[in-house]
Design a protein. Structure first.
Length: 503
């Protein structure tokens, strides 16, 4: 039977590049999973030991940023060492692997800076929220994390911008806890996200480019989940929902704590601020936060839509490609009129069966079939009717053969059947069945309702112990076919010595 290689399964699934699979956060499982996962876990723990106090070190040595004078305002471009580690971690490992050290490093920095503990708990979520943006983007986008092409680089710059904006909501908490007004909070916030973005573009991007391939090669063995695009929609919706909930909790908790604190502040006048006044102050600080949140969500949504349409495009292109591949395979292997294998493919198939029979010392037979007096059909009814007859004969022979036999069109009105594991006696029985089926075939001519009947002559040959190549069987079958024609047509002739044929 005809077998066209099925490549549709492959095309329905787009394998994301190696880098786009994250390592599942399961330290205990990794510890038990063998030496390689354990080494990765230990490496991560060692990095945590570096990352968590690195934030404090930047404070102690005052590497916290660069002041930039913008005329009327001056902003302070923040450099935050822990994020230099955590962004590559989120890209190579996954969200929790980066969020945990990011949370605790910010926690330590805030503690060191004397921020009240209830604030610290909320404040430390700012950078993990930024990291969630990276994770969301890379979980669902089939672009390289090694930034080895322009598309990936631009994608990274864009996501770094959104992530820096998301992470910079911490600037408002800083402003609240330091009792500074919007005039101070605003440039701090500007420097916070702009500095974070520059840091990602200028320092993290080269790290990803130069070290990414080597790191990912090392991590390949412990990455066990390849992401199916079909699941990407679900996972991005889950991540965006999670992100919205976290940010809302973040903002809500921030407002609640700040209201409580402001209500109890003993101002210079010595009076406690009224709850109403506190509410107004918090509101004035919260509005930019809500605007920022709305911008981030809008950007996320747009990004999500863009990604989904991108996937659909890729999927469509892949489907078209696989259809074209199928067409191409058909073109080189199938005869367009009969739909059977063509001569080239028949030879390939025969070679294959010949080698298989030699290996297994099995039998192999072939039948050559030629339509009798076909020239007369063409001359009498025209070539179009001739084509219909060829197609009808092809179909009849095909259904007469067994599933594992191969039928091909060898030339004009000549067919060849390859019969694996078939002795010369069995082959002759099958050939006789084919002859009888064709002779009973009634082809009704479309325009005249006239019934046309044809016969075929058949030459049978079986693999002999003396055969040194596959073509020898064809030679004998061809000679047998000629003999059948000479004997008067519409008959089966066996070619060669029956006793010498493998039985
Ligand atoms: N309609 C049609 N005719 C074809 C095709 N391929 C070959 N033929 C015709 O098949 C005929 C073969 O004729 P011959 O080789 O003389 O043999 P025959 O008339 O069948 O006579 P015998 O084989 O001796 O019984 C020729 O007229 C070819 O033009 C095809 O694809 N379509």
């Amino acid at each position: 039977m005809l077998e066209t290689p099925d490549i549709s399964d492959e095309s329905s699934r787009i394998n994301l590049p190696l880098g786009n699979t994250f390592i599942r956060f399961s330290p205990l499982t990794m510890w038990r999973a063998g030496s390689k996962p354990r080494a990765v876990l230990l490496l991560w723990l060692a990095l945590c030991v570096i990352i968590i106090p690195s934030g404090i070190l930047t404070r102690v040595f005052e590497w916290t940023g660069i002041a930039v004078d913008l005329g009327t305002t001056s902003i302070y471009l923040t450099i935050y060492i822990p994020m230099l580690f955590c962004v590559p971690l989120v890209m190579w490992f996954g969200f929790l692997w980066a969020a945990i050290p990011a949370y605790f490093s910010t926690f330590c920095v805030a503690l060191f800076g004397g921020m009240p503990i209830e604030w610290i708990v909320v404040f430390a979520f700012a950078n993990p929220i930024g990291l969630a943006m990276y994770a969301m983007f890379y979980r669902t986008t089939p672009i390289s994390k090694d930034l080895n092409n322009l598309e990936s680089l631009v994608g990274f710059f864009m996501i770094a911008l959104v992530a820096s904006l998301a992470g910079s909501i911490g600037a408002f908490i800083w402003a609240l806890t330091n009792n500074v007004g919007l005039n101070v909070a605003y440039p701090v916030w500007l420097g916070w996200w702009f500095g974070g973005w520059l840091q990602s573009c200028l320092i993290v991007a080269p790290i990803l480019y130069f070290f990414g391939p080597a790191v990912q090669r090392q991590l390949a063995e412990v990455k066990n989940s390849s992401l199916k695009l079909n699941n990407a929609k679900g996972s991005i919706i889950a991540m965006i929902s999670g992100f919205i909930i976290v940010v809302l909790c973040f903002v809500g908790a921030g407002r609640y704590i700040s209201l409580q604190q402001m209500a109890s502040i003993d101002w210079a006048s010595g009076q406690t601020m009224s709850l109403m006044q506190a509410q107004n102050t918090v509101d004035s600080l919260s509005y930019p936060l809500f605007i920022l949140l709305a911008v981030i969500l809008a950007l996320s949504y747009l990004g999500y839509r863009a990604m989904i349409s991108w996937y659909d495009t890729i999927k469509g292109v892949n489907q078209k490609l696989s259809e074209k591949n199928k067409q191409l395979i058909n073109l080189v292997s199938l005869d367009p009129l009969s739909g059977l294998y063509n001569r080239r493919k028949v030879f390939e198939q025969l070679e294959c069966e010949y080698n298989r029979s030699l290996r297994s010392q099995g039998t192999l037979s072939i039948i050559m079939v030629d339509v009798d007096k076909f020239k007369r059909v063409n001359d009498t009814y025209g070539h179009l009717v001739g084509d219909t007859v060829i197609k009808a004969i092809a179909d009849t022979i095909q259904v007469t053969l067994r599933d594992y036999d191969t039928l091909g069109r060898f030339g004009g009105e000549e067919f060849i059947a390859i019969l694996p594991s078939t002795s010369c006696q069995q082959a002759q029985i099958i050939a006789e069945r084919v002859r009888a089926a064709v002779s009973k075939l009634e082809i009704v001519l479309d325009n005249t309702s006239q019934v046309l009947q044809v016969t075929v002559s058949l030459g049978v040959a079986t693999l002999a112990s003396t055969d040194s190549k596959a073509e020898s069987i064809i030679d004998r079958a061809d000679k047998a076919l000629l003999q059948a024609k000479e004997n008067g047509r519409n008959q089966v002739v066996f070619g060669g010595d029956q006793t010498n044929s493998t039985l």
